[in-house]
Design a protein. Sequence first.
Length: 147
Amino acid sequence: MRVEWKAPVSYVSGTPMFDSNGHVTQRVMAGVENVMAAYTEVARLAEKYMDHNPCNYSVDSIFVVGSGARTNFADSDIDIMLIAPKLDNASCDNAKMMLSAVFFNDRPKQEAIDVFIRSRDKYPDRPSMNITSEVADILRKYNEMLC
C-alpha cells in the first residue's frame, strides 16, 4: 500500500548521498526534511488517537545506514535511522510502518527512503554515518513542533 502525502520540499533522486568531502547532498537534506515532516504528523496522530505524548517522539540523532553508509551510489535508496530515545519499541514499529507507506512501498529503488525508528542503535557494529550535525536545523525545527 502506498500513501500519497504532500512533502514540504522536492526530493530529487539520482544523485549520490554524499559529496566528495563526505558531506550530505541536497538529496539527503530533502529526504530528511520530508521524513521529519511526516514523522511529526505521525506523532500528532499518535497523540490524538492513542493518547501518546508527542514529546516522546523527539529525535536525538539521525544516521544514514545500510548501503548508503557503505557506498555512495546514486541509484540506491536512502536508509535513514531516527534515534528517539523516549519512544517504546511498539511505537517505533508503528511509526516506521506508517512512514514506509509514504516513502518506501511501491517506489522505485532510487526514489525510496527506508526509515528506521529506534530508541537506540540496535546494531552499532553495522556501518552508519551520523549526519545529525549536518541536519541540525531540520531536526531542531521538527522537534520544536513535537514539544
